[in-house]
Design a binder for this molecule. Structure first.
Ligand SMILES: [Zn+2]
Length: 332
């Protein structure tokens, strides 16, 4: 069940945000961002919208880092109106846009880094697909086991389709398909990510950690963990922890599942995460009880839209989900 825009504006007009905030005060909201850029885009929030959101968090909520929230949860002392800002992947633009805003507004945040990306060993596979599509002049392409794609039509839509198809493939097959795309579309594949897709450096992260940035692992190469064999899985979990320790000098105790949907991890992966020395793992979708399973901690998606952000952070989404759940239970 979803509630519509008009209902939202009416609720807002009648002071519903304050009411929702009170009702959901014990429901911590962890928000997941990926990129912040000057003007925003398909995969990023604009600096202006991000600043407005951070100011709302600063002025009306209790901002914590993910580590602080986990510590408070362990001690049974989660403060009312807790909000955690998390940013995934470790793109370079974090230091250009998001971190200066977080510093100026004095709002804590946690960055989940893909260590192979930061270590200059690779670039993120969804970006490779985006790059190859944007640099090809071909109009259409037949992708084996997938079908015909009109790539000149809407590149963002085609990117979504191809990325979703890749999520279903074994890791090696996915990499083979991406290499094939470069060959087939006649685009040279840069070894390192072009500027727009670059990662932060360890030096930059060290400086931000000294300024209060909290760090967690987001795997080594951002694969879909359910598509890996045991050796690959252990490598992703352990190598990432090792690199964080070697470069930043502390043990990361939280892990962020790449892609983070329900089908991107399972109980065996949770077991491997614990065996790898992590205490917590975080997903990419919300739940009414976000802290009930330390290896499946829930988040709200970050968004460019201020009204959607308000719905999530003030707890309207929480109240509505709870209400929907009760109605569905009654009907059953
Ligand atoms: Zn990610």
């Amino acid at each position: 069940m979803k509630f519509n825009k008009r209902a939202y504006h009416l609720i807002r007009l009648l002071g519903g945000l304050k009411f929702a905030k009170f009702i959901s005060r014990k429901h911590p909201k962890i928000i997941m961002y990926h990129r912040v850029s000057e003007n925003g885009g398909v995969d990023s929030v604009s600096a202006d919208s991000f600043r407005k959101q951070i100011c709302i968090i600063k002025n009306h909520f209790n901002p914590l880092t993910f580590s602080q929230l986990m510590k408070a949860s362990q001690e049974g002392k989660v403060p009312n109106n807790a909000v955690v800002v998390t940013i995934d992947d470790g793109y370079k633009d974090f230091s250009e846009y998001a971190w200066p805003i977080l510093m100026q507004e004095d709002v804590a945040a946690t960055l989940f880094i893909t260590t192979g990306f930061v270590n200059r060993e690779l670039w993120l596979w969804p970006d490779k697909i985006k790059y190859v599509l944007n640099h090809s002049n071909k109009r259409s392409l037949y992708v084996p086991f997938y079908g015909e794609l009109e790539i000149s039509e809407n590149k963002d839509e085609v990117w979504h389709q191809l990325a979703n198809f890749c999520l279903t493939l074994e890791n090696e097959k996915k990499n083979t398909l991406i290499d094939w795309l470069f060959d087939e579309l006649g685009v040279n594949k840069p070894t390192f990510p072009p500027k727009f897709y670059e990662a932060l450096s360890w030096d930059q992260i060290r400086v931000m950690v000294s300024q209060g940035l909290d760090i967690g692992s987001h795997s080594h190469s951002h694969p879909i963990l359910t598509k890996l064999d045991d050796t690959e899985l252990d490598f992703e979990i352990n190598k990432s922890k090792q690199l964080i320790f070697d470069n930043l000098g502390f043990e990361a105790n939280s892990f962020c599942y790449p892609n983070g949907t329900k089908s991107d991890f399972n109980s065996y992966i949770k077991h491997c995460i614990v065996r790898g020395g992590y205490d917590y793992a975080i997903v990419a979708y919300p739940d009414l009880l976000p802290l009930k399973d330390p290896l499946e901690i829930n988040r709200y998606p970050g968004t460019q839209s201020l009204s959607l952000f308000e719905k999530n952070v003030y707890g309207l989404s929480y109240i509505w989900s709870d209400f929907s759940r009760r109605v569905i239970k009654c009907i059953k």
